[in-house]
Design a protein around this ligand. Structure first.
Ligand code: SAH
Ligand code: SF4
Ligand code: F3S
Length: 450
């Protein structure tokens, strides 16, 4: 890089960034750190940004102290998620006093919601970018860092964390407007991505080593591009040579139809695992949440899935303490958890979010009561999950070896359970048979057969 170029860069960007510019142009050295909060949608965007930085030769670091650029990808779904963003930015504010050159970027859902207000509150922040267009956001971040990258050359969505499992976003936004949920406001209206683009991305990641693809969206079962619906998309992805497994998340119960159940039941690459958020089992609360199904409908759907796919594992999300949730409503949900026996669940304490319809309702379940209900559901769920896992001890199953750690391997069963095995690098990325030797709530331990 010529000095004159540097001088023009200095003139263009001002002397304030001089040592940052030196790092990029003279020493070819730029350390970056991306911290991702929230759901898989954010994880996917961060993966793409990560690929862009590494394509420019920048170096990923683990500590804020070593970072020249810090990108915080944020989540707004609950008050607590937003507070995490603010506490990170508080720490960064102090660090920036010692390292004036550090660039700080806030992206994702809090950035979309609060926009420029974040910059007003945290002086250390250089750039705030929303969720509208991830490629445009990445370009802006690259510009801030004086880096140049052709986004077309970036392999989309290849997770730098694992070569074997790759997440592919198939749609953005959500139109469901569940009354508690901020997602439609921070991620916009639902839009399914072009079918050919999705298939090309999937083929590309498989060519680059992926053996499992997880199709992502807030509500994948409502995917629709021209005349291709989600079932057809799944069948098309399954035709990709060398791809061994497909998963997808998340589903809205109202859109999970018979066609899709049939694909899960008959297509050998589609894994028997469905995340199907129930939220509540009280019809009064479901209606007030604008979920557009009853508990009876939900239960019938679970039964249909279990008849069609006997080895299916069903996981769910539950909210406790929604406005107006009485002891009786809560007992309905607890009984449903006991009756359905989910393989796993996430339980959340209701958190009022601005702009949502529930924000106008009285948040009348006390914090203590929300905590109590949360703990009861969690305890019950852990008990059930452990019982299901314990039953697997002694059984044989097929796993895909996803990761190699220092002295063990991490694999996953078709229905989504983690299995830890003794290390043998030959098995990386392969499907092998194992026998389950020991079970804990969230993981199994096994031995390779043969
Ligand atoms: N699109 C996904 C959900 C995304 S948000 C779906 O419908 O399945 C993930 C979970 O966060 C939701 O399923 C819900 O259980 C929880 N959640 C969303 N908004 C919330 C709020 N305001 N308070 C508490 N939990 C909430
Ligand atoms: Fe939120 Fe409901 Fe959309 Fe899920 S389906 S993202 S809970 S509005
Ligand atoms: Fe959070 Fe945004 Fe996902 S609000 S849950 S990161 S879509």
């Amino acid at each position: 890089m010529s000095l004159s170029f540097n001088v023009s860069v200095e003139l263009k960007y001002g002397l304030k960034s001089l040592s940052f510019i030196k790092k990029v142009f003279w020493y070819n050295l730029l350390n970056y750190l991306i911290k991702t909060l929230g759901c898989q949608v954010n994880v996917c965007d961060s993966d793409k940004l990560d690929s862009a930085f590494s394509a420019c030769g920048a170096c990923k670091v683990d500590s804020l102290l070593d970072a020249d650029v810090f990108v915080l990808n944020t989540c707004s779904v609950r008050m607590q998620s937003e507070q995490k963003t603010f506490s990170y930015l508080g720490r960064v504010e102090e660090l920036k006093q010692q390292n004036l050159d550090m660039k700080v970027v806030v992206m994702g859902c809090v950035a979309e919601r609060l926009g420029y207000d974040i910059k007003k509150r945290f002086k250390s922040v250089d750039l705030v970018i929303g969720t509208k267009d991830v490629d445009d956001s990445i370009s802006k971040i690259m510009d801030l860092c004086y880096l140049k990258v052709s986004l077309k050359k970036i392999i989309p969505n290849v997770s730098p964390r694992s070569q074997i499992v790759s997440h592919i976003t198939i749609m953005k936004g959500c139109n469901n407007y569940c009354s508690y949920c901020i997602v439609p406001f921070v991620r916009g209206v639902e839009k399914s991505f072009d079918y050919n683009t999705v298939i090309n991305e999937c083929s590309l990641v498989v060519k680059n080593g992926a053996r499992e693809i997880i199709l992502l969206g807030q509500n994948v079962s409502s995917y629709k591009h021209r005349n291709v619906d989600f079932s057809l998309l799944l069948k098309s992805v399954a035709l990709i040579k060398n791809l061994k497994r497909i998963r997808f998340t998340t589903n809205h119960p109202k859109d999970l139809n018979d066609d899709l159940i049939n694909v899960i039941a008959t297509n050998p690459k589609t894994c028997p695992h469905v995340h199907l958020p129930m939220q509540s089992a009280s019809n009064k609360i479901l209606q007030s949440m604008n979920r557009r199904y009853t508990y009876e409908y939900y239960l019938a759907l679970i039964e249909k899935l279990r008849v069609a796919v006997p080895d299916i594992e069903i996981t769910t999300d539950i909210i406790v303490g929604f406005p107006g949730e009485t002891d009786e409503d809560f007992e309905c949900t607890l009984s449903a958890v006991k009756a359905i026996r989910f393989s796993g669940l996430y339980v959340f304490k209701y958190s009022p979010r601005p702009n949502t319809r529930a924000f106008e309702m009285s948040d009348n379940v006390s914090t203590i009561e929300k905590k109590r209900r949360h703990a009861i559901i969690l305890k019950e769920s852990n008990k059930i999950s452990a019982e299901i896992a314990l039953k697997m001890v002694g059984s044989n199953c097929q796993v895909l070896v996803e990761k190699i750690w220092n002295n063990f391997m991490e694999a996953r069963t078709r229905n989504g359970r983690k299995v830890f095995l003794k290390i043998n690098k030959e098995y990386f990325g392969k499907i092998i048979n194992v026998v389950i030797k020991e079970a804990k709530v969230n993981s199994l331990f096994g031995d390779v057969i043969g």
